[in-house]
Design a protein around this ligand. Structure first.
Ligand SMILES: Cc1ncc(COP(=O)(O)O)c(C=O)c1O
Length: 384
């Protein structure tokens, strides 16, 4: 297994702060928002009223029911409560689904660049992780020809994440239809990580579950960490055909027993979103994206396509003449801007840096100024 690159940069940034340095944190994928106040009130009263016991392994029925209503409203898909399983975090829902579906010797396709846990956890199950590229020249959309050429009789699962971490790409309808056709032709499971589905800067979200014949071979992973700014609550869920949910449920029973009941009660309030907090938050991310991407493209040697969703800027730095690791170091140590070198997300990320748009606009402006000033370093190197 391997870890996640962001945490190493985060601990170095914290060290520098201890020495009195000013650091703008753009390395972690953690929203700088907090849950809406009705959600906080709901958790308080749930604890006060004794909702702090062991509860159903699949998640409390009221939350599973609410998730089906939410998915109908926001994704126009029909899901039954028995096709939903609640877990402590999307990562846990993801790993339960992977444990249920992947056998030793299987091959699993995953996006590069992408969330580093996909290949790591695949390998831990004794399976082979096979990357497919999301390349800049293809606007970070998947290349269906490349994917088709990598499918073998051992391929069992194709994992993807739209909007993608780290590129912010929303897979278009042609890509989704192409993936669905390949899944049907080769009898594959599609593991669709939809954790950023609500952080969308235009259009409607399309889940592969909605495509004809796909509800029986799609697993949706989603949760509360990003869309509802509830990272530390540890709450996510999986949506899958009943027999997959039953297998995941057995894994829950053998491991963590259940997600905390009071967080589940409050999550119902989050899904109802009575204060429209999700739209307000996404509108703010959109403003940050517009400001930051425009500024990044003015920094010598940087180029960045505007992401359609999630809250990351994925920046190609090859024209600086330096490696992403060198630029990461200069930015952190000399400019006080924390970002992550793209290799943390796969080999396709070699010439990229990821910035998270999780700081206020005035801090993003300050980060741009600092980077502009420090860019003299690599400008000199290029001229030499
Ligand atoms: C693509 C993706 N999936 C899953 C997760 C993990 O979500 P959670 O914190 O709910 O476990 C993240 C978090 O960064 C992510 O970026």
């Amino acid at each position: 297994m391997n870890g996640e690159g962001a945490l190493a940069v985060f601990s170095r940034a914290k060290e520098l702060e201890k020495q009195g340095r000013s650091i703008i944190h753009l390395e972690l994928g953690e929203p700088d928002f907090h849950p809406a106040s009705p959600v906080v009130d709901a958790v308080r009263s749930a604890v006060a009223s004794g909702r702090d016991r062991y509860c159903a392994t699949r998640g409390i029925p009221a939350l599973r029911e609410e998730i089906t209503i939410y998915l109908k409203r926001t994704r126009r898909i029909d899901v039954r409560p028995e096709e939903v399983l609640v877990a402590p975090g999307c990562k846990m829902a993801l790993s339960l689904a992977m444990m249920a579906l992947i056998e030793p010797g299987d091959e699993v396709l995953y996006p590069d660049p992408g969330f580093p846990i996909y290949p790591s956890f695949t390998r831990s199950l004794g399976a082979k992780a096979v990357p497919f590229a999301l390349s800049e020249k293809n606007k970070f959309q998947p290349d269906l020809g490349e994917i088709a050429s990598k499918i073998t009789p051992q391929t069992s699962v194709l994992i993807f994440n739209s909007p993608n971490n780290p590129t912010g790409t929303v897979f278009d309808e042609k890509a989704l239809q192409g993936l669905a056709d390949l899944a049907k032709k080769h009898d594959l499971w599609l593991l669709s990580d939809e954790i950023y589905a609500r952080i969308l800067f235009g259009g409607e979200y399309l889940s592969p579950w909605a495509l004809p014949g796909m509800a029986e071979r799609t697993i949706i992973i989603d949760g509360f960490s990003k869309s509802f700014a509830m990272t530390g609550w540890r709450l996510g869920y999986g949506v899958a055909p009943r027999r997959v949910i039953d297998a995941m449920d057995l894994l829950v029973l053998n491991t963590f027993t259940c997600a905390a009941e009071f967080t589940q009660v409050a999550a119902i309030e989050a899904l109802r979103d009575s204060t429209d907090a999700v739209d307000a938050m996404t509108a703010e991310y959109r403003k940050r994206r517009d400001l930051f991407v425009a500024g990044l493209n003015k920094i010598p040697g940087f180029r960045c396509q505007s992401p359609d969703g999630a809250f990351y800027a994925w920046v190609n730095i090859e024209d600086t003449g330096s490696s992403a690791e060198e630029i990461q170091k200069i930015l952190l140590e000399e400019a006080g801007v924390a970002a992550i070198a793209g290799a943390a997300f796969g080999s396709e990320g070699k010439n990229f840096l990821r910035f998270s748009l999780v700081s206020a606009r005035n801090l993003l402006e300050e980060a741009l100024e600092r980077m502009n000033r420090i860019s003299i370093k690599w400008r000199v190197a290029v001229v030499k």
